[in-house]
Design a protein around this ligand. Sequence first.
Ligand code: ZN
Ligand code: ZN
Length: 355
Amino acid sequence: MSRLDNLYEDLKTRQIDRFLVSNISNVRYLSGFSGSTAAMLVGTDGATLVTDFRYREQAEGEVYRGIKVEIDTRDALTAIIDMLTDFEGKIGFESASLTYAVFEKLQNSLKASLVPVEAAVELLRQVKDESELASIARAVDISDEVFAEVVGEIKPGLTEVDIAARIDFLLRKKSSQIPAFETIVASGEHSSLPHAKPTTRVIREGDLVKMDFGAIWDGYCADITRTVVVGKASQRVREIYDIVLAANEKAISGVRAGVKGSDVDAIARGYITEKGFGEEFGHGLGHGVGLEIHEGPRFSRKDDTLLRPGMVATVEPGIYVPGWGGVRIEDIVVVEDGGCKVLTSSEKALMEVGM
Ligand code: ZN
Ligand code: ZN
């Protein structure tokens, strides 16, 4: 079944006659269109993609066969409102991405009843097909290549910004695309911030350097974190690093179809807590990755999604000690029956670099 066929089935069970797709990643998933502005109207009688003049040629080349393309000089939503003026059934909309202003506009212009839909396409997107898995694997390979290159260049005297700029340069060079998200490089005591912005802090001997970044390939994201030490690792660095590494490996060996996202989180969290650092691991263990850098399912305390073959997610335990520093190790895995496949191949043993 095609992606649209799967969506039709879902809309039928929700008793929705027309579905307005406004989330641009969902538009891309359903239509193949990779531009930044478009919306889709999906009905049981077919689907239409509306975009503007800037994307005329691109849309004609990219959009999957069977989907109608309309170019509108106004905005996509105004065009879609025109198509629905006399329609009287139920129209579903994406409550997580449609703004209140647009909702009001729809409400004032249409006779149909509007039904909020929290996640329809998002749920379909959780299970990746072969071509999506190939794109993610390529994005991960590029990220691994970038890590291998950059880790050889780290040395005292460089700043976090120097390293981040080098990572971004290599990502762009190897993928022709911008990074999947803002690259994180955090060193020394600054590495205790899980989502630190790179600063002009100068790297010194003995510092931890935590790097979190990812390439995009054909729209699909990768996400990798590695933490290295400049020069000789202290006893404390080794101790904390080993706990994070063991948590990462234990959690990965617990990923398989049929378990819950929260079960995987519990493996890493239980282990880190047992070692006395439960309070220092304050974020979820991992998140789905695909057209968006953060999507479902989550490996978190709250996500009871049953894992299915083809789901792709990160496993990224961390320990963050304020005033001292932080260690995170992040890999990407594909859920399979009876286990999982780890896509990330970068070195995980503690690396002493730059001296
Ligand atoms: Zn990451
Ligand atoms: Zn991540």
